[in-house]
Design a binder for this molecule. Structure first.
Ligand code: NA7
Length: 551
């Protein structure tokens, strides 16, 4: 039977952040009718939403750009090694202008439901405004950190002061817009001490009347060492973009930094300390991913760096009891995302800052006046929630996605993410997830790996077009193998000892309940090699049905 139903688009993209914008641009360029739906009011994802005071990058700014817009790169001057939110927002906004993607994007619109039609090989999506659209293919580019966690404490609606979640920071009170001065002299409570909380705390501590930091589990933080970029340095960067991007391609995380040595075992203490010291005082993630590769797999090596960073915290925080409360005891250094900081630890030497250790004295409720813990009451003018995200899979969970036979993603992922290459799920034909769970592009300096992923998908879509493919889906066996591989890689690391982290999710029922790593930890080069091999072998692991066969 010939397929006669009307498609609104060939491809619908969900999300117009860094990945979605580029996917739209690429697929449109190769001849697809593409449209994106974006829940926020503009492009840019993370960088249009997180406007809290102190929000900035901890990837080097010039590694975080689109590499395929040479004109923009040539005229764009980064102000600092690690750019602030407004600068990034402006960069990606200009990039959107160059790609002219806004004209094919509907903003302030959320995809609520997507249903696959097994006869027509198409997706029908339903929006939050009740509109319905049909497309042949559906691409999720919803972002890894786009669905925030808001805790549910009793009395939250009673608090008479100002309440913020860092992700939903009001645009008119942009942390860099000067209005933030309103916090001067105020009594502020910050809940959460991940990367976001750390950035907020070190910023608002400068002017707060009193700042109370509500910390549940401490994180290992390390100095960012940000600095301004001079004209001559910027010229040098512009002349070296190609080298910079190619260096990032070689490293596991898509950063400039790479491990100096395979193992720390057998090294002398002096040798190790000298390397750690050098990296601790260097800008960026070098201290995390620039020393010994086996700090992630070998408990002895991990203890070396853990002891080193503990010593640094003890040196920097004057009160030994506070220093101990700031040193994680439940996991080694680097096994969760390392927040990068600027004088974060010194904040706790200030008279206007108090650390509230919620492991010993948990938050009980919010009141009209502030926060009540088991043992104390804190009167506040402002409460800032820096409580993180339903990471990696939050965007997928939020939508009601139904594949062949009405199967839901919840059913498909009952025991954890189940994917082929992190891109497709069996029984969900024509549906792709970019920079999602078990995907090599997710545990990475996002623009670097997102770009590579979009290019790969774009090649696949050229093939689909050339071969008149109506339906593409992952083979079950291929998905089994990939999922086992992702879990095997995770189980060979010490990350399994630090599962209270947004890298992990809890899945399964009864005795099967357990933590599953949400990201692929095999590294960017290994992932890229794998997907290239799949392409070379004629997209091995994908079942494709061409029009003549499918009709
Ligand atoms: P994270 O790193 O997930 O941190 C969230 C923080 O919030 C963490 O300290 C949590 O403590 C704390 N938290 C979460 N829920 C609660 C409740 N209910 N009560 C008290 N404290 C809570 O998120 P971020 O936004 O900081 O960073 C996410 C990524 O964004 C970051 O790594 C960058 O890549 C960009 P816990 O550890 O659970 O005890």
């Amino acid at each position: 039977m010939t397929n006669k139903m009307a498609l609104d688009y060939d491809v619908i993209i969900i999300g117009a952040g860094i990945t979605g914008m580029y996917a739209l641009y690429q697929l449109r360029k190769i001849g697809y009718r593409v449209h994106a739906f974006e829940k926020n009011g503009d492009v840019g994802g993370t960088w249009t939403m997180n406007r809290y005071p102190g929000c900035k990058l901890d990837s080097e700014s010039y590694t975080y750009a689109y590499s395929f817009l040479p004109d923009l790169l040539a005229e764009w001057d980064w102000k600092t090694e690690f750019a602030t939110q407004p600068e990034l927002n402006e960069f990606f906004s200009k990039a959107a202008d160059r790609m002219d993607v806004r004209k094919d994007t509907t903003f302030n619109t959320q995809v609520m439901k997507a249903v696959f039609d097994n006869q027509e090989n198409s997706w029908t999506i339903e929006l939050d405004n009740a509109e319905v659209f049909k497309s042949r293919f559906l691409l999720s580019c919803v972002g890894a950190l786009s669905h925030p966690n808001m805790p549910e404490y009793p009395g939250m609606d009673l608090f008479r002061g100002e309440t913020y979640h860092t992700y939903y920071w009001p645009h008119e009170r942009n942390g860099y817009g000067g209005q933030n001065a309103n916090f001067t002299g105020k009594r502020i409570g910050v809940i959460g001490t991940g990367s976001t909380g750390v950035q907020v705390i070190q910023e608002v501590a400068k002017t707060a009347g009193e700042l109370f930091v509500f910390q549940r589990n401490p994180n290992w933080c390390a100095p960012l060492c940000n600095k301004e970029i001079s004209k001559s340095r910027m010229d040098e960067i512009k002349n070296n973009y190609e080298k910079i991007f190619s260096q990032c391609e070689k490293t596991n995380g898509g950063f400039l930094h790479d491990f100096k040595h395979e193992t720390a075992e057998g090294t002398s203490q002096d040798e190790r300390e000298a390397l750690f010291e050098e990296l601790y005082n260097q800008s960026g993630f070098g201290i995390w991913v620039g020393s010994y590769k086996d700090i992630f797999t070998n408990p002895t090596s991990n203890k070396y760096i853990t002891d080193f960073v503990s010593k640094k915290i003890r040196e920097r925080v004057k009160d030994p009891n506070i220093a101990e409360a700031l040193i994680p005891k439940d996991h080694g250094f680097g096994l969760k995302r390392v927040p990068m900081e600027t004088n974060y630890y010194e904040v706790y030497n200030q008279d206007n800052v108090q650390l509230v250790n919620n492991l010993k004295d948990p938050i009980q409720r919010m009141t009209y006046n502030g926060i009540e813990t088991q043992n104390a009451k804190y009167d506040l003018d402002v409460i800032i929630y820096a409580t993180g995200f339903d990471a990696i899979i939050g965007g997928i969970k939020k939508m009601d996605i139904r594949g062949v036979g009405g199967k839901t993603m919840k059913e498909a992922w009952i025991n954890g993410p189940y994917t082929y290459l992190g891109l497709q799920v069996p029984d969900f034909p024509n549906f792709f997830m970019l920079v999602g769970a078990h995907n090599g592009a997710t545990n990475c300096n996002i623009p670097r790996c997102a770009e590579a992923q979009v290019r790969w998908v774009s090649d696949l879509f050229e093939h689909i077009k050339r071969s008149n493919v109506l339906r593409i889906e992952a083979e079950q066996e291929a998905a089994d193998e990939w999922t086992d591989h992702v879990n095997d890689v995770a189980n060979q690391t010490l990350l399994t000892t630090a599962t209270n982290s947004w890298f992990w999710g809890e899945f399964g029922e009864g005795t099967k309940r357990g933590h599953k790593l949400l990201v692929y930890n095999g590294g960017n080069p290994a992932y890229r090699a794998k997907v290239e091999e799949v392409k070379t072998k004629g997209y091995e692991g994908f079942i494709m049905r061409e029009a003549a066969v499918a009709e």
